[in-house]
Design a protein. Structure first.
Length: 589
């Protein structure tokens, strides 16, 4: 009887604790919801306002729906985000907005790719045509931050601050040694000497082929970086190269001496200068509006225009199925392209791609929809930071491809990785396997034993077939022979300027340039832009991904700065099917 009451008591306590936890969670949800909804208010912009370009936030392809973003739940987004398209639109609007007197840039370490930064920088250059001043200030400038800030009329740095100016580097992570210690073998099937996604698993350093292409594209990215700063700061590009090469900028005073900045200031001095520009007296508070709030206050495009251009955003890894806001699901994107094709009010389509690739099959599914759309209306591709491998595959049928000079593209190659855990399971963990099969190849993709020579031939044949199909798609889309494409393929990664030279892209141009070209090809002068696919409701997305969000949250807490290494290794080993994917996670800093 005593045991019975003990279990009953434990059960009651458990139920009470569960109810209490659920109550606390619901209360947190309610508080977060009220907080989120309370922020949904109309932004009032006063005269003589300063547009505050706070770019120390995650800059995405497009701004997500903001409902519920501040809910205090593990794994929910807890940082500010904005789409670069909204930044561009806002800067264009501010150019002629009489309420905006100047732009104040405050940036230390923007979270965005190189091509996205150039899009924003070019929009700032265009804003300067208004003759309204741009003031930049920071306590610390990373190289990406300084690339943006250097466009300002006045660039200021805290007297005890730091300006990073050291050149670009790209460090790759290799897992061969760790996998050997674990007893895991990566069985590699690939086509292309430059398709080096597999190198981290079979070697401990870059191959000569990979070193050659990494040197080329890092150098190309750096050239764009130096060229932009050279034009804005009126400093010879070779001189800037030398500054970085010998590490001349070691202090804030060095940055001033070598004219990378216009002055050393404290924040109060910057505020005084902004008061003078906005004609406010010393005691009056400054009228400021953040780029996020200003973007929200931008009125929607006129719905009176019947003609439309559809922009289809494809961002992230390519996967089968629906995908998400941060991945390209072949079903979701194909459906969006098909919808735009069948809508007679849509006169042209712009594919906005920012992807390093993924599933070869999913890429081909979306390629087919692009081919069908091209038969009835113009299709223009606009490449962002990266449009390589599967990201290039899905767009190659477009009428024209626009790139930025620092867009990463190409990587026409195919690979497959089949992990063999036999040594880990048998020798290290003492786990063995036995079974039966109805055919000699029934367990061809087993991960508990190595591939047989015959199985390896079968898998290699499949990879070769996908590569041949990839070459055919590119050759047809770019109007070249397969031999010509093969000569520049093999997994080779190119920057935008080189991609144009070898015929993989057509023109240098911004996202807006691609839209303008689409309108011109469709022979329409007036139109409105509609975006596809529809944004995913954040609450539905959170509930769907809650388990993964919490897992990622704790993994980041555990691994810290090494989380990317863990994620790269996991992603490569668990992706099933033949992959058309970038060689590795490109990180240039």
């Amino acid at each position: 009887m005593r045991e019975f009451f003990k279990y009953v008591f434990a059960t009651v306590v458990g139920v009470i604790l569960s109810v209490f936890v659920i109550f606390v969670l619901c209360l947190a949800l309610l508080i977060g919801l009220v907080s989120s909804l309370s922020e949904d208010k109309k932004v009032e912009i006063a005269s003589n306002s300063i547009l505050f370009l706070n770019l120390d936030q995650t800059i995405l392809e497009r701004t997500p729906i903001k409902r519920f973003e501040n809910l205090p739940i593990i794994g929910s987004r807890d940082t500010k985000t904005i789409g670069f398209t909204d930044v561009i639109k806002s800067l264009k609007r501010a150019k002629t907005d009489d309420r905006i007197t100047c732009i104040y840039i405050n940036v230390t370490a923007p979270t965005a790719g190189k091509a996205t930064l150039k899009e924003i920088r070019d929009a700032l250059i265009d804003f300067k045509k208004s003759k309204k001043p741009i003031i930049a200030y920071s306590e610390v400038y990373t190289q990406d931050a300084y690339y943006l800030a250097s466009v300002a009329d006045k660039v200021y740095l805290n007297p005890e601050g730091d300006l990073e100016f050291k050149g670009f580097s790209s460090e790759l992570t290799f897992f061969k040694g760790a996998m050997e210690k674990l007893g895991v073998e990566a069985q590699i099937i690939r086509v292309g000497n430059y398709k080096s996604a597999v190198e981290p698993f079979i070697t401990d350093k870059m191959s000569d082929y990979n070193r050659k292409q990494v040197t080329a594209y890092v150098g190309g990215l750096y050239d764009t970086f130096l060229q932009g700063i050279s034009e804005s700061r009126k400093i010879n590009k070779d001189t800037l190269f030398n500054y970085a090469n010998v590490y001349k900028i070691q202090s804030a005073k060095d940055a001033l001496t070598y004219k990378l900045i216009d002055g050393l200031r404290y924040k109060d001095e910057i505020l005084d200068e902004l008061r003078k520009i906005s004609r406010e007296s010393g005691n009056d508070p400054l009228n400021t509006v953040s780029i996020n709030d200003y973007a929200e206050s931008t009125p929607a495009e006129s719905f009176t225009q019947k003609n439309k251009i559809a922009v289809i955003f494809a961002n992230g890894d390519i996967v089968g199925g629906e995908g998400s806001e941060s991945s390209i699901g072949s079903e979701r994107i194909s459906r969006a392209i098909r919808k735009a094709r069948l809508d007679t009010s849509i006169k042209a389509i712009v594919l906005r791609i920012n992807s390093g690739g993924g599933s070869a099959l999913a890429s081909d599914v979306m390629w087919r929809e692009v081919v069908l759309a091209k038969k009835v209306k113009p299709v223009i591709a606009s490449f962002g930071d990266v449009a390589a491998s599967g990201g290039y595959y899905m767009a190659v049928a477009a009428d024209s491809i626009f790139v930025q000079p620092n867009t990463i593209t190409g990587s026409i190659g195919v690979f497959g990785i089949i992990p063999n855990f036999k040594n880990l399971l048998n020798n290290k963990l003492g786990i063995t396997f036995d079974g039966v099969k109805t055919g000699q190849y029934a367990d061809i993709m087993s991960t508990t034993r190595p591939l047989t020579p015959a199985e390896r031939v079968i898998v290699q044949t499949g990879v070769n077939h996908v590569y041949d199909t990839f070459l055919t798609r590119v050759a047809e889309g770019r109007k070249k022979t397969k031999a010509q494409i093969d000569a520049i393929a093999g997994g080779h990664v190119w920057i935008g300027t080189d991609a144009i030279k070898i015929g993989l892209a057509d023109r240098l141009g911004s996202f807006q340039d691609a839209i303008t070209a689409a309108g011109k090809k469709a022979k329409i002068k007036e139109y409105r832009v509609v975006e596809y696919p529809e944004k995913i409701d954040p609450l539905n997305q959170f509930l769907t991904d809650a388990k993964d969000n919490i897992r990622v949250y704790y993994a980041k807490q555990e691994f810290g700065e090494n989380y990317m290494i863990y994620e790269q290794m996991k992603k490569t080993l668990v992706n099933s099917g033949i992959q058309t994917r970038l060689p590795y996670e490109i990180s240039v800093k």
